[in-house]
Ligand binder design. Sequence first.
Ligand code: EPS
Length: 376
Amino acid sequence: MKLTTAGESHGKGLIAILEGLPAGLALDVREMDAYLALRQSGYGRGARQKIESDRAEILSGVRDGVTLGSPLAIAVWNRDYENWKAYMAPEGCDTSARQLTKVRPGHADLTGLKKFGGSDARNILERASARESAVRVAAGTVCRALLRELGVEVCGYVRSVGDVCDETAYTFEELALRRPELFMMDDAKQRAAIEYIDACHAAGDTCGGVAEVRVRGLKSGFGSCMTYAEKLDARLAAALMSVQAVKGVEIGLGFGAAARRGSDVHDEIFYDEGRGFYRMTNRAGGIEGGMSNGEELVLRAAMKPIPTLMRGLATVDCATHAACRAAAERSDVCAILAFEVIAESAVCTELAAAVLERLGSDNMDALLRRYEELPQ
Ligand code: EPS
C-alpha cells in the first residue's frame, strides 16, 4: 500500500491517494471528520484554524461505504482558497503579490529556494507547510479502520510542551483520559504547559513538545530483520520523521538505553503453559530485530517549535540581500496536539502498509484469515 499526497496550503485543496488497499473495508467518513477536527484543535493554534473547518470528501475507491480495492482518493478543500485564489490559482494569478522573501530560519524557505530556484519562497512554503498533514490524517483514519479490524489499536498523548514534561508511565487504557486542551494526561502538568504556551505567545515566540504514540494488539513478526529497508523500527521512524517539524524519534527506552547497562535494558523472556512466551518489561518498545515482538509499540517523536515567530528572527531578504526580521503574518504558537494526531496517523499508515505487504491486500476476508493464523 502506498500513500501519496498533493496540495498547497492556500491552494484549492489537499488530495490523498491510497493505492493497494484491500476490497471490503467499511469506512465511516464521520470518523475522518472527527480526526480532522481534532487535528485543528488544541491550545496554542493560530487564526487559520478559525477559517478552516476541515472535512474529508472521498472521491474514488469506495462504494456504499466499502472499499473496492481501487485507488482511494480523498480531498480536503481549503476554505482559505477563496481569499487566496488571486495569488494562487493554477489557471493564472498575480504572483507579484504575497511574495515571501524575508525567509524564516527553521522553515524550508531559503533552502527550498536554493534548490528549486527563484526568489519568492511562497513557491516553497505552500507545500512545506504542515497544512498538508490534514489530508494525511484523513488517509491515516482509513488505515486506522483497517488495523482496527485486526484488533490493532493506536492511541497517544502529549508528554511534554517546551520544558514542561510528564515522565509518568501510563497504561494504554489510561490514554483515554487525555485532556482535550493539549492531550496531556496530568492536570497540573497541562496547566503548566498552558502557562508556558501563554508566555511564548506574549513574547511573540513558539514552542514544540514530545508526543508518544502507542500501538496495542499487533502480533509479532511485522517488519523483518533480513533487510534493512524492511525493519519496522526504521519504517516507523521514517514515517514519524516525515511529519513536518519532527527532529527526533525514540522507540522504547530510545536514547535512554545508551546510558544503561544491558541487564537494565533488555526485556527478559519467560514461559508459561497458559501464556506462552512472555516478558515482565517492555523497554524495547515492542520491536526487536526490526520486527514487532507482540508487545505494545511505544514510539516518541519530538516536534521543534514552529519556525514562524511573530517577533521575527534575524534573517536576510533573499531579493535584496538586506538584513531584516523574518516574515510573520500569523502563526500557531504551539501545535503539539495537532502533531500528536498526525503522528498517530503516520503510524497507522506505515503499519497498515507493513501488514498488507506481509499478508496481501486483495480483500479483507483473506486478510483477516491470514492474520488470525499468525502467532501472537
Ligand atoms: C496549518 C495551516 C497553516 C499554518 C500551519 C499549518 O496556516 P497559514 O499558513 O495559512 O497560517 O498554520 O503551517 C505551518 C505550521 C507552517 O510551518 O507552514 C494547518 O492547517 O495545520
